[in-house]
Design a binder for this molecule. Sequence first.
Ligand code: GLU
Length: 336
Amino acid sequence: MGIPTVAVISMGGTISCAPGDDGRALVPRTDAADVISGDSVDGVEVRSVQWSLSDSSEITFNELIRLAREIRRQAADGADAVVVTQGTDSLEESAYALSLLRPLDRPVVCTGAMRAPTAPGSDAASNLRAAIATALHPELAQSSAGAVVVMNDEIHSAKWVQKHHTQRVDAFTSTDRGPLGVLYEGRPRFLRQDPPPSLPALLDRETGRHVRVALLTAVLDQDTALIEAVARSGYHGLVIEGMGGGHVSGVVARALGALARDIPVVYASRSRAGAVLERTYGSPGAELDLIDRGAVPAGELPALKARVLLTMLLRSGFSRREAEALLRREAHAGTR
Ligand code: GLU
C-alpha cells in the first residue's frame, strides 16, 4: 500500500489568517495546509486545495453544494480522505450541511482554529494535524456521520456540535451527546457511534432551487412585525427559536399559526441544549398550542441546525409535507 493522501480544502477563517497590510488586524491570507508545511505529518501526503480566502460569514448554501462536488472530485482523484478548513463562526452550520449532503461514503472532517497561526498558543496546526489523523482513522469510515468536526482534540458529530464560546480553544461542544471521540497523543479514540443516517445523501437529490429559511428568536414583549415581514418576503420556511421548551407568547403563536398555513414553521429552543417540549404545556404559545397551529418540533436540534436541515430538504425537491416528516425523523433520530 502506498502513502495515504488527504486533500485539505482551505476556505479561509482564522486558521488561514495572518496580519493584513496594516500589520495589525488579521485577514485570511494563506492555505490552511501551510500551518503544517515543513512539519512532517507521518506517512501522509497532504494535498493542499485552496478554495477561498474569506470569513465564514460569507459561505452560502450554493457554495457548499459546489464544495461537496469538489470533495467528491478529490476522492475520485485519489484522495483517501478529505479535510475542510474554514472560519469557526459558521462551522456548526456548514459542517451539518456537508453532513446532510454526504458527498463521500466516509465522513468529511471539518476543522478550523480559534487562535491564528501567528498567535501565541495557536491551535491551528494542532487542529489540522488532529483532523488529518481522524480523517484517515479506519474507525471513522464506520461512522455514519456525513461530516465530523475536530477541534481541541475532540471529534464531534456535525449534527450536534455547536460553537458556544467566542474565543476559547474549547469553544465547540455537543451538549448532552458529548463528543464522538477524542484524540490522545495525537491518535483518535472513538467513544461511541452515531445511529445510521435517517436521510439519503442530499447531494444526489440537489435541485439548485434557491431556498430561503428565516430564523427568529422569541423574546420578552415581542410584537409580530418580523413574522409578518417573513410572510411578505417570499421565505420558504421559518425556524422560531422559542423560549425554554420552545415557547412563545399567545400573540406570537397566532402569527406563527397564520404563517404555517403557507410555509413550514419549525420551533426550536433558544436554550440551545435539550429537546423542545411536545406534550407538556397547553397555554397559548406553549408547545401544544404551537403544534395545533401547524408548527413542527425541532427535537434536540438547535435552531441553526434546524434551519440548515429545512433549507437542504426543500432544496432537495421534497414537498412541504415530506420535508416536515423527514425533519421530524432526523430531529428525533438517535433518541431512544
Ligand atoms: N471571522 C472568522 C471566521 O471566518 C473568525 C472566526 C474563526 O475562524 O475562528 O469565522
